[in-house]
Design a protein around this ligand. Structure first.
Ligand SMILES: Cc1cc2nc3c(=O)[nH]c(=O)nc-3n(C[C@H](O)[C@H](O)[C@H](O)COP(=O)(O)OP(=O)(O)OC[C@H]3O[C@@H](n4cnc5c(N)ncnc54)[C@H](O)[C@@H]3O)c2cc1C
Length: 436
């Protein structure tokens, strides 16, 4: 990856604001990386720590020996509305590392009857596409879309099904898949306010905000390696295999970090950002009230005997009526996603692989009897359960210490637990740290 080489130049000699102290960022997932990058961009001295032997957290790539290919821990879809994520990629020199169709279009297939359609929102904020039956979701009527506007009036305590009736083709082919993809939570318990936030930033703004995007080569190649390169280029210290065990304080100030075998004292001007998942943050900050309940995402990665292409030549296909909800294609590897996958996560990998292969064979017209190598990855704590109750418990970046701040996709960004939410949270913590 050459992206780091073309990232924005480091601050000029002498601009490093050493008098402002060092910022210690714990957790090198996207929240921690975004925070560290924002601080380094401001010329701050940064130390970034992670318990794992690598960065990226829940958004990373790995090499799978059985497939002989690099894969991502799970498919990650972004939309062109995700301005914080796209800005982050530009900053770290990876702005050209995503790919997607030239326009906002989402091909779908109903696996039960083979029906195919493409969702194509129009340009501009007025959604005139819903007036034309040829552009609407098959079987849906104009009135169904008008009823869906109720999501825009969602109250804090509403679930998605409190606002939208869970029946009919538009529900099955638009609202349900959108909710599960965006919130990783079943619509009956998912927060309507969080879905509203997504709809307001995407479909309400029109096609320019709805272009689907995925990492061209892989998540690490887009989000992780260029960020680490950017940080190293600015003199940041990056330490893996450092699990934060405890925080020492003196009244309103954090004074040291306990990593077990190692202890790091904080100088009077030093500060801390805790960019851990909610349970990790609570372990070092027991009084924290945070959403702890989680929901799984299951992915199946399949190496195909030969390359195939998807309708519209895009990288993504929506699936209705099977086990998987989305099918992503990168070269000869097809990857299937099942979100809010409580039931599937409890089954054996063999059973999951069998089900996902059946969907794939049907979707791509392959022989179901010729089963290729399949790698199943179950992320049991993929995101917090994004219910109204959990959303109400999301804390902001401040802590009881004046030199310590929180980040993470579970903090109160007003947005779901996504790449965009994680990056916003890291940038918000960096901003608070600069102007508490
Ligand atoms: C399978 C899957 C599919 C997804 N699909 C999408 C998608 O399509 N679109 C989208 O936008 N988002 C998606 N997401 C969500 C997205 O990946 C997350 O919201 C985001 O990566 C969270 O970043 P984070 O930095 O908040 O947390 P994390 O990535 O969890 O980072 C936290 C880091 O802290 C480290 N850590 C933990 N404990 C300690 C400790 N005590 N000391 C030091 N380090 C510690 C961990 O190793 C980790 O690196 C998906 C997530 C998964 C798992």
């Amino acid at each position: 990856m050459t992206a780091a080489a073309i990232a924005k130049p480091p601050p000029e000699e002498g601009r490093l604001e050493t008098g402002e102290g060092r910022c210690h960022v714990i957790g090198a997932g996207l929240a921690g990386l975004a925070c560290a990058v924002a601080l380094a961009e401001r010329g701050r001295a940064v130390s970034l720590y992670d318990a794992a032997g690598q960065a990226g957290g829940r958004c990373r790539s790995l090499f799978d020996q059985s497939l002989g290919r690099p894969i991502d821990n799970g498919n990650h879809l972004l939309l062109s509305a995700n301005q914080a994520a796209l800005g982050f990629l530009d900053t770290i020199g990876a702005g050209d590392s995503l790919t997607g169709p030239p326009e906002a279009s989402f091909p779908f297939l109903d696996l039960r009857n083979g029906e195919r359609w493409t969702l194509r929102p129009n340009n501009g904020p007025l959604p005139w596409w819903i007036l034309f039956s040829g552009r609407r979701v098959p079987g849906s009527r104009l009135g169904d879309y008008l009823s869906g506007l109720a999501i825009l009036c969602a109250k804090d305590r509403d679930t998605v099904t409190d606002r939208i009736a869970a029946k009919g083709p538009l529900w099955e082919r638009f609202w349900e898949p959108l909710t599960v993809a965006a919130l990783n939570t079943a619509p009956e318990e998912a927060s309507a306010r969080l879905l509203r936030a997504v709809v307001m930033e995407t479909f309400v703004r029109g096609a320019a905000a709805c272009r689907p995007l995925i990492a061209k080569q892989g998540l690490s190649d887009s989000f992780v390696e260029p960020a680490l390169g950017y940080l190293r280029g600015r003199g940041a210290e990056i330490l893996f295999n450092r699990r934060l065990r405890a925080i020492e304080d003196e009244g309103a100030r954090v004074t040291a970090l306990d990593f077990g075998a190692e202890r790091r004292a904080l100088g009077p001007a030093d500060s801390l950002v805790i960019a851990l998942p909610a349970p990790g943050a609570k372990a070092v900050l027991p009084e924290l009230d945070a959403p702890l309940d989680t929901r799984p995402i299951v992915n199946g990665h399949i190496r195909l005997p030969r390359p195939v292409s998807l309708p519209g030549a895009g990288p993504v296909l929506g699936l209705i009526g099977g086990t998987a909800q989305w099918l992503f294609l990168r070269g000869d590897v097809v990857s299937l996603t099942v979100s809010a996958a409580e039931e599937l996560a409890g089954l054996s990998n063999e059973t999951v692989a069998e089900r996902l292969w059946q969907d794939t064979a049907k979707a791509l017209g392959l022989d179901p009897a010729e089963v290729p190598p399949i790698r199943i990855i179950k992320e049991k704590r993929a995101t917090f359960a994004q219910t109204p109750e959990a959303a109400a418990r999301r804390p902001g970046p401040k802590t009881r210490w004046r030199n310590a701040f929180l980040a993470g996709d579970w903090t109160d960004t007003g947005f779901p637990a996504t790449i965009e939410g994680a990056i916003r949270s890291g940038q918000a913590a960096a901003k608070k740290l600069a102007n508490p």
